[in-house]
Design a protein around this ligand. Sequence first.
Ligand SMILES: [Zn+2]
Length: 349
Amino acid sequence: MKPIRLAANRFPRFYRGGSAIDGLRGTAPQAGGAFLPEDWVGSTTTAFGSDEDGLTRLEDGGTLRAAVAADPEGFLGPGHLEAFGDSPALLVKLLHAGERLPVHCHPDREFARRHLDCPWGKTEAWVIAGIDGPEPVVHLGFREPMDRGRLAELVAAQRVEPLLASLNAVPVAAGDTVLVPAGLPHAIGQGVLLVELQEPTDLSVLLEWEGFAIDGRRDGHLGLGFELALGCVDRSGWGPDRLAGLRRGRGPDRPGVERLFPAGADPFFRAERLRPDPAAPLEAAFSILVVTDGSGRLEVSGGSLGLRRGDTVLVPYAAGPGTVRGRLGAVRCLPPAPQAGPTGQGDGP
Ligand SMILES: [Zn+2]
């Protein structure tokens, strides 16, 4: 199988952004671009409530989801297939916050299984790719333990100022990484562009919606009602030491390759930063490359492709091992290791 160059995959969301995605990809600003803040890369996941939005389409017009279903072993490899079935178990996005995102959080697997009939939660992680706004910051976790009743009251009354002030404001710069475990309340500052890895769902609970193009009171609780939905929020206090644990990486792994994210991310996804020196070796794996700067070449058994800033490429397992060469930086996004099934015990979903 050959590596597959992926076209942009944008569709409207309820918050502004996207110009920095056009900038990264070197494409003309899209019509209606003010509300196209996300690009779902190599996605077999649909947006919440949609049958279509979010799915990556291949050159022949078919969906990646159908292509994977037709050849799961070729795309995913036998180990992955046994652990996760024919789901890539991964969603990758480019995300550009044209305005500060509302405070929100995502359910974990147990909550999603129990209340949403879904084997996946939405732990996510960010690789900051650039910042073009006045607010190089993300908001992450309550600074002090948050009382359940007080949280319900802040959300019901949409008291945004005290809600936001109760979160840690964490400065970020290009190259930083942040693991965001399911449940942790968070918001992304205006101007932040990131490569996002997450579990393959679109499950969000909104704690804030005032001033955004969405009726959060109606659509912010996953159809569960807020009393139940707010049960997925991590209301514990996050001090500097706990926060630092989310921002840690793993350091060099092999020549030209650095492992990103702390070990706590492993059951959900894995990521590497490639800086070929002069080559970065790749093992055979379903993976998604996002080139963040420079240019070079991907060479695997199944074929080779030129790479430049803004390119996104899906490498199927059956494309085999190979290398990336050149003067470039890229994020290589991978599903969880096969031994980390959704139950953490290697069971399929
Ligand atoms: Zn989120």
